[in-house]
Ligand binder design. Structure first.
Ligand SMILES: CCCCCCCC/C=C\CCCCCCCC(=O)SCCNC(=O)CCNC(=O)[C@H](O)C(C)(C)COP(=O)(O)OP(=O)(O)OC[C@H]1O[C@@H](n2cnc3c(N)ncnc32)[C@H](O)[C@@H]1OP(=O)(O)O
Length: 194
């Protein structure tokens, strides 16, 4: 079963997404947006360590290997972890729009069980943009990049300013991020006209 609720249908005045002229080239690894990120950061031992690459247009591909720390049922990936992999892949589309956006809504279909040890081959693309609202879709395949779809998601991301994090994040992590030149550079790389 699959489907998208009315909240994820782009409005009539939505526009096709525009790849930012300074977006990373197709094939380029995007790297982590934050080292402590559970989805993509290298500093989280049990994190997903998801590695995303720019694709054509406003699309990305990514791979995530399911490890024992990601189990829900014995030997199978936890659904929430798989949703995280989809969320993170969709979030990495920000690099191509050069927009900072956070997930407002994420609708996920779980079509097949995903065993520990599996490589999940993810693909995501932006389908439409309406003001601050960014509509996107993703799939995760198993057995290879052309294998059967195990999970899929449709999402609405909402554009925010860097202040969203500064105002809402715990002060110690925000302070550390603002004192880290690499982090400041990465945050700026997400912004239009940095
Ligand atoms: C230098 C130091 C600083 C460090 C900087 C670090 C840079 C890092 C760079 C990049 C980070 C990227 C991270 C990616 C990680 C993966 C993605 C995630 O997991 S993100 C985490 C989970 N998501 C949240 O925590 C959002 C929590 N929610 C909110 O904060 C708000 O609800 C927010 C921002 C989503 C919207 O709030 P509003 O007050 O700004 O705007 P309103 O008016 O409510 O919504 C705008 C439009 O969107 C629709 N909308 C909002 N939420 C919706 C929903 N759930 N369903 C449908 N529509 C929704 C509304 O109906 C409205 O539409 P109409 O303009 O009226 O047409």
């Amino acid at each position: 079963m699959s489907g998208t609720s009315a909240a994820l249908q782009p409005p009539a005045d939505a526009a096709p997404p525009v790849r930012h002229p300074d977006a990373p080239a197709p094939g380029e690894l995007l790297g982590a947006h934050y080292g402590e990120c559970f989805g993509c950061g290298g500093a989280q031992p049990h994190g997903l360590h998801l590695a995303a690459r720019a694709g054509e247009g406003v699309s990305v591909t990514a791979e995530f290997t399911v490890r024992p720390a990601h189990q829900g049922a014995p030997g199978l990936a936890h659904g929430g972890v798989l949703a995280t992999a989809l969320d993170e892949t969709l979030g990495s589309l920000n690099w191509l729009l050069r927009t900072i956006a956070v997930t407002g809504r994420l609708e996920t279909d779980f079509a097949r069980p995903v065993p520990v040890g599996t490589v999940l081959y993810l693909e995501a693309r932006v389908t439409a943009v309406a003001g601050r609202k960014i509509y996107s879709t993703a799939t995760g395949r198993i057995g290879g990049p052309e294998g059967p779809v195990a999970v899929r998601a449709d999402a609405l991301f909402v554009e925010v300013k860097v202040d969203h994090f500064i105002d809402n994040g715990r002060p110690e992590e925000i302070r550390a991020a603002m004192n880290d030149p690499d982090q400041v550079r990465r945050a700026r790389a997400f912004e239009v006209n940095p």
